[in-house]
Design a protein around this ligand. Structure first.
Ligand SMILES: [Zn+2]
Length: 134
């Protein structure tokens, strides 16, 4: 591959990644609040042998789980908060995904910028490729 087409491919890839990074930044700059954790609905028994759940009609429990200082903690979510907790934890997941994409994209961009620097650098001032015409 000629040095020119090599440089041109790196530049195209950089432009592509800059677009991907911009898409991630759009998500990162959104306004809605975030709630760290995962919302889930589980069926469970309460332990009372006289309760209907002991006969198979289990209780529906809504819960929020999140890692706090390296340990997973779980909270019960009252029915009235379920939709809100779901929405806010979805926002959180969306934010975290965009953040991870942003970090990956920047790492890749730095690699490509280094490649570009290497490809554009001439060995010494007598090299003809950087010479102005005319
Ligand atoms: Zn029960």
């Amino acid at each position: 591959m000629s040095p020119t087409s090599h440089i041109s491919r790196i530049r195209q890839r950089i432009a592509q990644l800059v677009n991907e990074r911009r898409a991630a930044e759009k998500v990162l700059l959104e306004r809605p609040p975030l709630l760290k954790g995962t919302f889930s609905e589980v069926r469970r028994t309460c332990g009372n042998p006289a309760c209907k759940c002991a006969r198979g009609e289990k209780h529906l429990c809504r819960q929020l789980s999140a890692s706090v200082e390296g340990k997973t903690r779980t909270w019960n979510v009252p029915r009235g908060y379920a939709a809100k907790v779901k929405r806010l934890t979805d926002n959180y997941r969306r934010f975290r995904r965009a953040r991870a994409a942003w970090v990956r994209t920047n790492q890749r961009l730095l690699e490509l910028i280094n490649e570009l620097e290497a490809a554009r650098t001439v060995p010494d001032f007598r090299d003809e490729s950087g010479r102005q015409k005319g």
